[in-house]
Design a protein around this ligand. Structure first.
Ligand code: 5GP
Ligand code: ZN
Length: 146
């Protein structure tokens, strides 16, 4: 378990700054996000300093992501008003990452008007099957470099 001296989430793991823990084991810590986008908004972090999804190896990913369903179920079970949940993982400043210790947001959803929103744009009119294939091939080719 390698922690970073200056990282705010490593400080939360070490309990050097106050946090509201909802679940903890040897692999992850889950605690309430300070902003509470909706009530129960929780962050799940690996107990090792890893900046983003691109830096995970398969074992760490398996260990961290295997914890998500049971934490999600516990949050949902904690309040009958919770009807669903958005699970988000932001990677890179452009993707709204602001803390560079990887974390997964669990955002309980209460109603369409609970204050949380996401916008998906439908750009399908701008794509031909050939254009889609070209993009897929460019990605697919990267696996041979593994
Ligand atoms: P990001 O924008 O990187 O996806 O999410 C970072 C999250 O960390 C934000 O939702 C922010 O509210 C939360 N956060 C930042 N600092 C603290 C803190 O000191 N304590 C807690 N509990 N959450 C924090
Ligand atoms: Zn860290």
């Amino acid at each position: 378990m390698a922690l970073d001296q200056d990282c705010i989430f490593c400080k939360i793991i070490r309990n050097e700054i106050p946090n509201t823990v909802v679940y903890e084991d040897n692999v992850v810590k889950a605690f309430l996000d300070i902003t509470q986008g909706t009530p129960g908004h929780t962050l799940v972090i690996p107990k090792t300093h890893v900046p983003d999804i691109f830096a995970y190896d398969a074992d760490l990913a398996a260990a961290v992501f295997s914890r998500i369903p049971k934490i999600a179920r516990a949050i949902k079970a904690s309040d009958p008003a919770i009807k669903g949940m958005n699970i988000l993982n932001n990677n890179g400043k452009v993707a709204y990452q602001s803390v560079f210790h990887s974390h997964i947001h669990l955002i309980p959803r209460y109603s369409a008007k609970d204050g949380f929103g996401m916008r998906f744009t439908d750009n399908s009119a701008h794509y031909t099957p050939e254009k889609l294939q070209k993009i897929a091939t460019q990605i697919h080719q990267q696996f041979s470099a593994d």
